[in-house]
Design a protein around this ligand. Structure first.
Ligand code: E4P
Length: 215
């Protein structure tokens, strides 16, 4: 399973990249705003900065909701760097935009996926990734991991090659559960990735080895 980091924070992206297990980055308008990145030119520059830190895919999200606006923004993002994947919301105009980008060979990530039907439509339009938001589903008493499993089954039934990008990950068990049901990618906060490394028996075992080495 690929690991993406879900942030626009350059220090966190660098830290994850230096760990050596990072395959890409996802951002969204809220994450950009959290870092104080405003205005089209600053946003574009920030995406290029991210691409210069990592070696993998970098999802850049459009803010237009009409077809023409999404095409204009997405075309501009795609020209910034070969690692850019244009992130498009799951709305009717977005599906048309995904079809357009796919016909041009520009990769897309269809975001705000909350049902298997939405994932199937995005895949049929040619999305490179679909992003089911599992944490937000869990927040409303709906099993987010079950949605990943349903999409996996549907894509496997038809040999659909669109990658399932589990998003809205809140904790390390989400990552493990998504890996068990076959998500292709998990996009996570840095804290969830780092939490995978931790085990109290590792810490106590290492402390014992170091103490014994001094005997
Ligand atoms: C995905 O690409 C989104 O940026 C993200 O995972 C949303 O997560 P949230 O529900 O924690 O905002």
């Amino acid at each position: 399973m690929k690991f993406f980091i879900d942030t626009a924070n350059l220090a966190q992206i660098k830290e994850a990249q230096e760990l050596g297990v990072l395959d890409g980055v996802t951002t969204n308008p809220s994450l950009m705003a959290k870092e104080g990145i405003k205005g089209e030119e600053n946003i574009k520059k920030h995406y290029v900065d991210i691409c210069n830190i990592v070696t993998g895919d970098v999802s850049a999200e459009v803010i237009s909701t009409d077809y023409e606006g999404m095409i204009r923004e997405g075309d501009a993002f795609a020209k910034l760097h070969p690692q850019i994947v244009v992130k498009i919301p799951m709305i009717k105009e977005g599906v048309k935009a995904i079809k357009y980008f796919s016909s041009k060979g520009i990769r897309t990530n269809c975001t705000l996926i909350f049902s298997a039907g939405q994932a199937l439509v995005a895949a049929k339009a040619g999305a490179s990734f679909v992003s089911p938001f599992i944490g937000r589903l869990d927040d409303v008493c709906t099993d987010g991991v079950e949605l990943i499993a349903d999409i996996r089954q549907i894509f496997d039934n038809y040999g659909i090659r669109t990658e399932i990008l589990a998003a809205s990950i809140r904790h390390p068990m989400h990552i493990i559960q998504c890996a068990k049901v076959g998500a292709d990618v998990a996009t996570c906060p840095l804290s969830a990735i780092l939490a995978l490394l931790k085990h109290p028996l590792t810490d106590s075992g290492l402390a014992q080895f170091l103490a014994d080495s001094k005997k």
